[in-house]
Design a binder for this molecule. Structure first.
Ligand code: G3I
Length: 318
């Protein structure tokens, strides 16, 4: 019911999906769902530190290459994910006892290798991922903050900008989509970076939503940041439902997907919406939030759900 890809293209909207390497290489149906519905792709895991540089100085680009090549072949754009995060770091990095100067070289080397390899082929990069504590307004006490102090954020943006001057550089965060302390802290940080002319171009609202709790004021929350001259993308959308999900919830979830895509269309500087996974059996949700399920637009048999129709509706009406 409606060609999602064509509709997205007609709006100039990047409609993205987070993809995993194995099924993208091996599973025909998975490939068809990705290339038949979406215009953009994010690497769900394969561009993270532990996978790209498992041992110091030993880089593995097999997975990232597979994704970027697939995107090229199918005329899709890519979002890069991610450079400065606290999760999925290799052991040698996490357990090292770092002097500031040496760690700076490590980051520089990694950025040159990874961002450098795909320079010119990435629409954007999540340079900074989840810089704030899960529920709070404080900067997260990660390795980067510990060794470099607060300016690791500006420094990493400058580093990324030097390696890939064309890519839009992002801070990507969760639990900020409906306002609150954490969102205010992110706003302060973004304002400060903009004021200092640091190369920050966008904010990612991850948007890992709970069914029934999609913020009513999503548009206003996004516009607060676009008023700073930044773009705001919906970077990791999913809507999880308590298990077992009934027909009613699955239908209502379709409306929620519609509302989110409409919000992006309504905001002048929202380049796109990315869904965090291809089909329900790939989703991170059941593993990380036991007792919740069915968060994505395709079910475990790759059958399109009302969530997909909701996105089609949003794009057809606008
Ligand atoms: O690769 C290993 C495999 O070798 C091993 O056999 C298997 C056994 O558990 O684990 C595999 O690693 C898993 C990895 O995904 C790759 O599939 C990890 O256990 C699993 O924890 C990891 O989860 C990922 C998670 O980030 C890690 O923090 C999810 O797939 C991924 O969807 C999720 O994505 C994050 C974004 O990057 C940032 N925002 C939040 C979002 C959801 O958590």
């Amino acid at each position: 019911d409606g060609d999602l890809r064509e509709l997205a293209d007609s709006h100039g909207l990047d409609l993205g999906v987070a993809a995993a390497v194995d099924p993208l290489v091996e599973d025909r149906t998975y490939q068809q769902v990705v290339s038949g519905n979406y215009t953009s792709m994010t690497a769900e895991n394969t561009m993270k530190w532990s996978l790209v540089q498992p041992e110091r100085g030993e880089f593995d680009f097999e997975g990232p290459d597979a994704l970027v090549d697939f995107a090229d072949e199918h005329g899709m754009s890519m979002r890069g994910h991610t450079l400065m995060w606290h999760n999925q770091l290799p052991e040698w990095l996490e357990e090292g006892d770092w002097e500031e100067e040496e760690l700076r070289e490590v980051v520089q080397e990694h950025a040159e290798a990874l961002l450098g390899r795909y320079q010119g082929r990435m629409e954007s990069w999540d340079v900074i991922n989840e810089p704030f504590e899960d529920d709070g307004p404080e900067l997260r006490e990660n390795l980067w903050l510990e060794v470099f102090g607060e300016d690791y954020i500006a420094d990493a943006l400058w580093t990324a900008n030097a390696v890939d001057p064309e890519a839009k550089l992002y801070i990507n965060e969760f639990n900020v989509e409906g306002g609150g302390d954490k969102s205010d802290a992110l706003y302060e940080l973004a304002s400060d970076l903009v004021e200092r002319d640091v190369p920050l171009h966008g904010i990612g609202f991850q948007s890992h939503f709970v069914h029934g709790q999609v913020p009513e004021d999503l548009v206003e929350q996004m516009e607060r940041f676009t008023d700073l001259g930044l773009e705001v993308t919906i970077s990791e959308l999913d809507v999880r439902i308590p298990d077992p999900a009934g027909e009613e919830e699955i239908q209502a979830q379709g409306e929620e997907y519609r509302r989110v895509v409409e919000a992006c269309l309504e905001v002048a500087r929202c380049p796109g919406v990315t869904v965090w996974g291809v089909a329900d059996h790939h989703s991170w949700v059941p593993e990380w939030f036991p007792g919740t399920t069915d968060a994505l637009p395709f079910d475990e048999d790759y059958v399109p759900k009302p969530a997909r129709s909701g996105m089609v509706d949003a794009l057809s009406r606008h």
